[in-house]
Design a protein around this ligand. Structure first.
Ligand code: TSJ
Length: 642
């Protein structure tokens, strides 16, 4: 042992290693999860640091490359992370950034902002969770370099070459540690969605995403001069808009920079996306409530002042006004406070005040300048108010009916006998005939069957009053027991699993999508809490020498054929629908909990804006985006003909 080395190894170093070790011991504490989502978080953490440089006005391009071997390179053209000696740490500021946990505060002559990220982690966390990481800084004609193995520097920062003196920036390459992450293969589309969003939120920033893993290199360039106005246009791209203008408000109040863009489309759904320092806030918060307060007040004031709303008429509710409205709210704030269980809700009260006052002021002005848009918005809101009133009456009526009829379960429901929801499941079955087989096949104690007739109502295209009047939808709502919307109560759910069982063909896929659309719009919690499943009936039955095989895909069929031998003695049967199976077959292949295959339906919180779009794209009116979506997703949704 060398005593000399040991004395060099100061308390600071030990602390640093302990810090990074803590990150490796509990990665979830720093990046939320070690699933594929956590893997992608590493990229966002690094990119967000470069975006901070862009927000400061020092950088206008960020290139992200997925390299062969699933390493990631992020390159910006900013000032370059400072390389000078940091007095306090006694080493290069660059090394401090990568080795000290939560490197925040000021050093190296400038403030190093900790990213506004959900978990407030930085480059050192990414470093700690990478097998290796390399950083190069280009500044004043020199290239500085350092490499780390599992967070530890190989050598001091050194100059490794020269560059054009006009070149400046930071380049990071890293390999996520496969002993930490469940998955180490990056998904191009996941990065693409998030980086597109980042580009929308940062006007004048160009983000280039490249995938160099395959022979054929893929590249996307995101650069939006219009910023969040273009984000609204993008969100509305598969819908018909009610007016061509994007309403835009911008300003700074009490240190909060506020940007809001909005536009109505002809759908009945509200899309309100809030961002704080470029980070999405799935649970909203003060910035979103400030906006809602402002638009409700401003539209009502305008409608009253212009006699669009008469004295004896009730005020428009916020929901009425936001029906079909797409809004992006982006605030930039020095010290964001996140609240709630998942820390995804902004808590700063100054953000509420800032958004409320800026939107109230500028929206009032916009309405005065654009009376025809103002009239369209008011009329649309009044229509919504009337429909909501009609829906309320319909709902009250059905509630009263339910009370009179006692249990009030739908007539078509063949309920199970076990009354403990934990043990129970309900099959929603397409068509009366398949429903009949399913009733015969089921295990009575725990499996309930609800047959639905034909294609169910497309809730994307219908107003509330019509939706609540629909028999199939009423049947589902009463069978589940949870109520919907504000009345929704998951503790009242009567079944642990809701299983959608449709034919394994194009029509079946369409019906399943319609049902999922309904569940997503009216009871999203059911999906989020993992109660919704798709049954998977077989596509083929193969018989030979009195033995039977079922195949659930074409691949499976050919592998069975290889095994069994392909000859004239097997008669292969292609199932065209559930109805072709007898009860026993249906039980064996699709319903028996011991043998069946179920697919769980899930939503990723962060991609919620995309889920929304998927449903609108598949279920909305515009043909072109739908075709595009289906083409792009053809491998998942084979030939979904709508
Ligand atoms: F995350 C990271 F640290 F690894 C990282 C940081 C990754 C990437 C791709 C870029 C960056 C980054 C940091 N780009 N630009 C900067 N800028 C600074 O760190 C910087 C430069 C100069 C000054 C100054 O006051 O002169 C201050 C700062 C914070």
């Amino acid at each position: 042992m060398s005593t000399e080395k040991e004395s060099n190894y100061g308390a600071d170093q030990i602390q640093i290693l302990e810090g990074l070790e803590a990150v490796r011991k509990r990665p979830g504490m720093y990046i939320g999860t070690t699933s594929i989502r956590g893997l992608h978080h590493l990229v966002y953490e690094i990119v967000d640091n470069a975006v901070d440089e862009a927000l400061g006005g020092y950088c206008n391009e960020i290139k992200v490359t997925i390299n062969k071997g699933n390493t990631i390179t992020v390159l910006d053209n900013g000032r370059g992370i400072p390389v000078g000696i940091n007095q306090k740490a006694g080493k290069s500021a660059l090394e401090v950034v990568f080795t000290v946990l939560h490197a925040g505060g000021k050093f190296g002559g400038g403030g190093y902002k900790v990213s506004g990220g959900l978990h407030g982690v930085g480059a050192s966390v990414v470093n700690a969770l990478s097998t290796w990481l390399e950083v190069s800084v280009y500044n004043e004609g020199k290239v500085y370099y350092q490499r780390y193995n599992v967070g530890k520097p190989e050598e001091d920062v050194k100059i490794v070459g020269e560059c054009d003196p006009s070149t400046h920036g930071t380049k990071i390459t890293f390999l996520p540690d496969p002993s930490i992450f469940e998955e180490v293969v990056f998904e191009y589309d996941t990065l693409k969605t998030r980086l597109r969003e980042t580009a929308f939120l940062t006007k004048n920033l160009r983000i280039v995403l490249r995938d160099e893993r395959e022979e054929e290199i893929v590249e996307d360039i995101f650069h939006f001069e219009g910023g969040i106005k273009e984000f609204v246009t993008y969100q509305n791209r598969s819908k018909e808009v009610l007016y061509p203008e994007i309403i835009y408000c911008e300003g700074t109040r009490n240190g909060v920079y506020v940007e809001v863009a909005m536009q109505h489309n002809d759908s009945y759904n509200e899309t309100t996306l809030g961002f704080v320092n470029n980070i999405i806030t799935p649970e909203g918060g003060t910035h979103v409530s400030g906006f809602k307060n402002a638009i409700t007040k401003t539209i009502n004031d305008y409608a009253r002042a212009n006699k669009l709303l008469k004295e004896n008429e009730e005020n428009l509710s916020g929901e009425d006004i936001r029906e079909g409205l797409t809004t992006i709210i982006s605030v930039k704030i020095e010290d964001p406070q996140f609240e709630g269980q998942t820390k995804q809700k902004l808590g700063n009260s100054e953000a509420r005040v800032a958004v409320d006052s800026i939107v109230s002021e500028q929206l009032t002005y916009f309405l005065e300048q654009n009376p025809s848009v103002a009239k369209t918005i008011c009329e649309k809101s009044i229509m919504s108010q009337r429909a909501r009133e009609a829906a309320r009456k319909a709902r009250d009526l059905s509630r009263r009916k339910t009370a009179l009829e006692g249990m009030g379960l739908p007539g078509k429901l063949a309920d199970c006998s076990d009354k403990n929801p934990e043990n129970c499941e309900i099959f929603i079955v397409e068509g009366d005939s398949a429903g009949g087989s399913a009733k015969e096949a089921r295990s009575r104690a725990t499996q309930a069957i609800l047959p639905l007739r034909g294609k169910i109502l497309n809730v994307e295209k219908a107003r509330l009053d019509k939706i609540f009047g629909n028999a199939e939808i009423k049947a589902m709502i009463t069978a589940f027991g949870t109520g919907i919307h504000d009345d929704f109560d998951i503790s009242k759910l009567r079944y642990n699993k809701i299983i959608i069982m449709t034919d394994a063909d194009v029509d079946g896929a369409h019906i399943a999508t319609l049902m999922l659309t309904f569940l997503y719009r009216f009871m999203p919690e059911l999906i989020k809490t993992g109660h919704v499943y798709l049954a998977q009936p077989p596509l083929y039955k193969l018989e030979k020498n009195k033995k039977v095989w079922y195949a659930y895909s074409d691949e499976e069929l050919s592998s069975i054929l290889t095994e069994v031998g392909r000859d004239g003695n097997n008669k292969i049967q292609r199932y065209k629908g559930l109805g072709e199976m007898d009860a026993e077959q249906l039980w064996e292949t699709t319903m028996d909990p011991a043998k069946r295959i179920l697919r769980k339906v899930m939503i990723d919180d962060e991609s919620e804006s995309e889920v929304d779009l998927t449903f609108t794209t598949l279920m909305g009116d515009k043909v072109e985006p739908r075709r595009e979506f289906i083409e792009n997703n053809a491998k998942y949704v084979t030939n979904l003909d709508i």
